[in-house]
Design a protein around this ligand. Structure first.
Ligand SMILES: [Zn+2]
Length: 179
């Protein structure tokens, strides 16, 4: 799944799960980061410096993610618990959606990244030459078009939710560029 697809599914799922919880900026940022974090860990460490066997290993493993996310939930204070929950929803949504396409196709070998390192790393035939090359390689297909529809649905919901996180993002951007 593409980064924007992960973000959209994460928001839609979080809204479905946390329907009655306030949509504060902190949890929304944590959710957004969580939806991207597995790729931000694995892609550079596999494609740029080859420390990991492929782009779905350390950051995409439930064997690693579950204890880390539980650990975070246990150490954060009461005020950050909602953000920790949102981070976990975003992170696990990413893993689930990466596993979704191969699972639907019955290619269970390609779901094995969830069990790394207990399950050996997947031998991808088309491991990307890099993050930029990967993004440039975007093509409109049935699945990528579906993901764009999900993005549209998530944007509509986000607008209906009064754009949670938007004001805080604008403040950060304004501070960063000094206006
Ligand atoms: Zn991924």
């Amino acid at each position: 799944m593409w980064p924007w697809g992960h973000l959209a599914v994460g928001y839609l799922l979080y809204r479905a799960i946390a329907r009655d919880r306030p949509l504060d900026a902190g949890p929304i940022f944590a959710l957004a980061i969580g939806t991207q974090l597995p790729d931000l860990i694995d892609k550079p460490l596999a494609w740029t410096v080859t420390l990991l066997p492929n782009g779905r290993s350390l950051g995409h493993s439930l064997v690693v993610a579950v204890p880390v996310l539980v650990g975070i939930a246990l150490v954060v204070d009461q005020h950050r618990r909602q953000a920790a929950f949102a981070l976990a929803v975003g992170y696990l949504t990413h893993l689930g959606t990466d596993a979704l396409y191969p699972a639907l196709a019955g290619d269970w070998y390609y779901v094995g990244f969830l069990g790394w390192p207990i399950v050996p790393p997947i031998a991808y035939a088309d491991e990307s030459a890099g993050i930029v090359a990967h993004l440039i390689g975007f093509e409109l297909t049935l699945t990528s078009g579906f993901e764009l529809l999900l993005v549209g649905g998530a944007i509509v919901l986000w607008l209906a939710d009064q754009k949670p996180g938007w004001d805080a993002t604008r403040r950060v951007l304004r501070g960063a560029i000094g206006i």
